[in-house]
Design a protein around this ligand. Sequence first.
Ligand code: UD1
Length: 364
Amino acid sequence: MSVSIILGTRPQIIKSAPVYAALRRRGVECEIVNTGQHYDYVMNRQFFSELELPDPAADLNVGAGTPSQQVSAIIAGLGVLFDRASPKIAIVPGDTNSALAAGIACVKSGVPVAHLESGCRSGDFRMAEEVNRRLLDHMSHVLLCPTSRCVANVRREHVLADSVANVGDTMYDSLLKLRPRIMASDPASKLGLSHEDYVFMTLHRAETVDDPVALRRVMGAVGSLPLPVAFSVHPRTKARFEEFGIPPHPNVKLLEPLPYIEALGMVSGSRLVITDSGGLQKEAFWLGRPSLIARETTEWGEIVRAGGAILVGTDPKRIKRGYATSQKVDKARFRSATRIFGAGNASEKVVDAIEDYLRKSVRD
Ligand code: UD1
């Protein structure tokens, strides 16, 4: 076996699927290892089938647990796999606990790591993801950056990788591939919502949803917006609603976690997206929808600067002001800025970088 892609959560599946397809097109032997950090069907295996990934060659099934339990189980599980057969290189996407654990396991077994979506930074160390991505960059051999600013970030930190490449964003490749199906889907009408006449929302970050004051404030603010809000509720958020006794608001329609095409169909039909997700900020931007980011920082400052997103945190006044501002944005301006994330051929460039690395490591 020559290349392993190690993933375990929804966003990692979206980032990896076009890379797997590009590797196979070039005849590179490749297999998927699923950590199972996300274990509900709709959070994990449904994404495999929508994004046309084959069944994983190995499934570690780590399931629910504290972050330390998950990270240690993944390290131990990958160690056993690598003892049996080591890949020539492992591609590790994103910044999740699965990504950090995969990086550590690879380093301990002498497997070189290619970090996909390297170099993005929010500067907020309260985010588990910020710590994960920084550590992972510093243990990786190949840094696959989605934008030129990400390249500048790793250069500034003097990361000692063998190669650094601005490849573009593979989530954009996934979106372009499935765009016809996304545009043809109309999940909003099944919910009785009219085109461009609702807000689509997701919230799942620990910093937002584990804080009862912040979660209540956001729900109060979005409940009083002039448009109905369709809220796709992550399992973590659902548990917090129950724990904190936050009642549903009549203006907010609560939805189960959505599959990929439906979620992006909801984005594309919306007037505005409100989210604390890194990936959805980008997807809204690519689909020409403005977003309000319910955080104080973002790893995608490129989108804020292009006018595609506004940082509003969890303050009701800023959410209402952000809503008003977002209704006046020049969508044509940010639509033309999507090239910041490449031309939709990031996966081909990823494979170029991987093949280059493998060629050089054979010569050395
Ligand atoms: C993880 C990533 C985050 C990413 C998000 C995408 C980390 C640190 N965070 O956050 O960067 O944006 O995935 O969704 O890795 N749960 C279920 N069913 C599932 C998955 C999770 O019920 O299929 C529950 C878990 O038991 C846990 C909670 O949801 O109580 C949070 O799950 P976890 O995997 O820890 O992190 P996410 O919040 O999903």
